[in-house]
Design a binder for this molecule. Structure first.
Ligand SMILES: Cc1cc2nc3c(=O)[nH]c(=O)nc-3n(C[C@H](O)[C@H](O)[C@H](O)COP(=O)(O)OP(=O)(O)OC[C@H]3O[C@@H](n4cnc5c(N)ncnc54)[C@H](O)[C@@H]3O)c2cc1C
Length: 455
């Protein structure tokens, strides 16, 4: 296995820098056992890393050990119902392998870089199709892991559903996952179209979308108080034909959206002119989505993108909090006010459309943000920078006050108080589970030490 001493490592886009004493890239399960049991050569905390595409700082403390799982990337078995893979297999690679077999994952989320172990132990998501989970970890039915003591364990939904529920929110705190089994299904064509709505219209249309069997994802334009809703549904019995729609969208997210926003900032010397140009850009995006982004038979796999490592300034990053649907529209109205107020006070406005996902009630993971009912999220997005980070601190305060639920690896700058308010005793449950398997705190870093501290 590769062992690099005194490495300087960043997450995918350089927002976070880590200075572990050692970074290792295991190729076998025995390598992982060696790392976990040799405390002198591999100092604590040992933190697992996938593709390092989390927007929050997730991959450990300076002076510890990062265990980079991307070297274990074999697809082990595909059956019509399940795929079993090594921990470091990326979503896009699995998606392509499934497509060749006429299969797909239940959730074909947009990001292709996410590794399957990160999907199993945290909560990547997409808007729910009717009656179907939106959090990908809910489809994970089993994992194999190495415990902090170096023992090998298997946990499955069938034999231990209670422990699977804890494991799905464990963020690498109870062991290093090396194998994941996830459900899959036959490929289904997806019909998609977009509509532009006001907040009131969006609220009144939701029951109709439910009746018609749509999954509801949306783009938020807070400064225009408009919403573009992406409506998707399965088109059973039809063969998928088109990739074009998704390739336009993917190019926008990967490159052209951020590039355009940055160009506008460079071109406009005054804040007023910049705001006008961003307004025009937002208007064109809304109209473009409604007029051109429609097709009745798209490939589900084509929704998935790989983001380049070290993308430079042309990248977007985001955060997220989820809210109960019953309060959502009032909160969204106040969120639009909050964005406007923040712009008035600081001169900063976000430069990329925000997004949101409607996600079904789901108690399959301990820290599920939709445990108590259908949720809808507010995910601001931006090309980054210090003003964005300042915005995120204010956004966290706003969302916490509104009773939202964050996602540890996708909500940067979360404070322990905000985490406690959102999850309460569920954090003690996670800590008890963690202590059971890791009493010596081999895997506990300062971030989770602070988050899991009892009241
Ligand atoms: C541009 C961009 C677009 C995105 N789009 C979406 C989207 O559409 N939907 C969505 O839900 N998310 C999205 N994300 C977020 C992304 O899906 C998650 O942050 C995901 O967890 C990243 O996976 P990773 O492999 O990079 O894991 P990392 O960020 O490296 O790790 C995530 C967590 O998993 C743990 N972990 C990793 N490997 C293991 C292991 N082997 N054993 C135990 N624990 C492990 C880590 O310790 C960490 O706590 C996006 C992110 C970016 C940057």
């Amino acid at each position: 296995m590769d062992v690099i001493a005194d490495a300087v490592v960043t997450n995918w886009d350089g927002t976070w820098t880590y200075r572990p004493a050692v970074m290792v890239r295991p190729e076998t399960v025995e390598d992982i056992v060696e790392v976990l049991t040799n405390t002198e050569r591999f100092p604590s905390p040992v933190r697992p890393a996938g593709s390092r595409h989390s927007t929050a700082r997730m991959n450990g403390d300076d002076g510890g050990t990062i265990i980079d799982m991307t070297g274990m990337n074999a697809i082990l078995e595909i059956t019509p119902e399940f795929a079993t893979v090594q921990a470091g297999v990326e979503h896009l690679d699995l998606s392509r392998a499934l497509r060749r077999e006429g299969l797909q994952l239940h959730i074909t989320t947009e990001i292709g870089n996410t590794t399957l172990a990160a999907m199993a132990c945290s909560a990547s998501k997409d808007a729910s199709f009717p009656g179907q989970y939106g959090q990908i970890n809910s489809f994970v039915t089993g994992v194999k892991l190495v415990t902090p003591k170096g023992e090998i364990r298997e946990i499955t939904e069938e034999n231990d559903p209670g422990e699977m529920r804890l494991l799905r929110s464990s963020y690498g705190l109870v062991g290093i996952v090396f194998e994941v089994t996830i459900k899959c299904m036959p490929t289904q064509a997806i019909a998609v179209h977009h509509v532009e709505l006001s907040l009131e219209e969006f609220k009144s249309k939701l029951p109709e979308y439910d009746r018609e069997g749509y999954s509801v994802m949306y783009y938020l334009f807070p400064y225009a108080r408009r919403i573009v809703v992406e409506l998707r549904r399965f088109n059973p019995g039809k063969k998928p034909r088109s990739r074009r729609i998704w390739s336009y969208r993917n190019r926008f997210w990967r490159k052209y959206g951020p590039a355009l926003a940055l160009r506008i900032k460079q071109l406009a010397p005054s804040l007023t002119l910049r705001d006008r140009l961003l307004d025009v850009n937002d208007w064109l995006l809304r109209k473009g989505a409604v007029w051109f982004m429609r097709s009745s038979r798209t490939w589900p796999h084509a929704q998935t993108i790989n983001y380049p490592r070290a993308p430079g300034p042309k990248k977007y990053i985001f955060s997220m909090w989820a809210f109960q649907e019953r309060n959502y529209f009032e909160i969204l109205e106040r969120y639009f006010d909050f964005c406007e107020d923040h712009r008035r006070k600081t001169g900063y406005r976000t430069d990329i459309p925000h997004v949101g996902y409607r996600i079904i009630q789901d108690d399959s993971s301990l820290l599920s943000y939709s445990k108590d009912g259908m949720t809808m999220s507010i995910d601001p997005a931006s090309t980054g920078g210090p003003e964005w980070e300042e915005f995120l601190h204010a956004y966290n305060e706003f969302c916490s006050k509104e009773g939202g639920k964050p996602l540890f690896n996708q909500t940067p700058f979360l404070t322990p108080l905000q985490a406690r308010k959102a999850f309460g005793e569920r954090l003690d449950e996670l800590n008890a589970y963690r202590q059971k398997w890791d009493p010596e705190e081999r895997l506990l870093d300062s971030l989770f030490r602070a988050m899991l501290k009892s009241k």
